[in-house]
Design a protein around this ligand. Structure first.
Ligand SMILES: CC(C)(COP(=O)(O)OP(=O)(O)OC[C@H]1O[C@@H](n2cnc3c(N)ncnc32)[C@H](O)[C@@H]1OP(=O)(O)O)[C@@H](O)C(=O)NCCC(=O)NCCS
Length: 211
């Protein structure tokens, strides 16, 4: 496997959107989970706004994720994390997560970053970035976010419990908490400094306008 490049996506990556969405939906079928609905236009918008991260092996698509804001930008999620089968187990999702996390911190330093996941790998990554498990009451109350759960096979549980509990674990990174990412994992914090420089170089005139 050649060196895989992990970059903030832009217009030049729009051609990969169909493959990204198919890979996400195929992976959900394999895991037997539902997923938040995402249409191509939405993912393209994320790329145009500098809110998506893509991993490429030369011209070949290898992985993807993007950031979304909720509740008037008080909350951010890193969403849609996917690594193609043939690139798994080599630390690629960790590199992608470093970049989406850093992008989120740079763009909205005051925002809390949260994750709703049933995936062990994602829980591990979140923990390494300083997230802690929380109850759903500590996550956003933005209806648009929770609407995304409607496509999940477990949605009935969320409805039955009045959105208090479900199969997924809620995890939260709170920038105000004492235990920041710097304490969480020394390696992560070293990487993040490098990634910050890379993102700054990518957007020398600031981040793109939001649509
Ligand atoms: C989850 C996924 C993104 C992981 O990608 P990956 O590139 O293989 O993951 P990495 O190699 O970067 O591993 C990240 C960390 O998770 C751990 N991990 C990976 N797969 C794991 C698993 N199935 N169970 C537990 N831990 C796991 C790794 O050990 C690693 O931790 P470490 O660096 O401390 O060893 C990939 O399997 C995938 O795309 N799955 C389908 C989509 C999905 O589940 N997305 C998440 C939705 S919430």
């Amino acid at each position: 496997m050649s060196e895989i490049d992990v970059v903030v996506a832009s217009d030049e990556h729009l051609q990969y959107v169909d493959e990204i969405l198919k890979t996400i939906s195929d992976a959900a079928k394999v895991r037997g989970t539902g997923i938040a609905k995402r249409n191509p236009g939405y993912v393209k918008q994320k790329m145009r706004e500098g809110k998506a991260v893509i991993a490429l092996d030369g011209e070949k698509f290898a992985g993807f994720s993007y950031i979304e804001t909720w509740g008037h930008k008080q909350y951010v999620t890193t969403s849609g994390l996917i690594v193609k089968d043939e690139y798994r187990g080599c630390g690629l999702s960790r590199r992608i997560k470093h970049m989406t996390f850093t992008l989120a911190r740079m763009r909205w330093p005051e925002a809390k970053i949260f994750s709703l996941t049933s995936g062990a790998a994602v829980m591990k990554l979140n923990t390494d970035h300083g997230y802690i498990p929380v109850t759903f009451a500590q996550l956003t109350d933005d209806e648009t976010f929770w609407k995304g759960c409607e496509g999940c096979i477990n949605h009935d549980i969320l409805v039955r419990t009045n959105r208090r509990y479900c199969v997924c674990t809620g995890m939260l990174y709170d920038p105000d908490r004492a235990r920041s990412v710097r304490d969480a994992d020394e390696e992560v914090s070293k990487d993040i400094v490098k990634i910050q420089e890379k993102i700054e170089a990518r957007f020398p005139n600031g981040f793109p306008e939001e649509e």
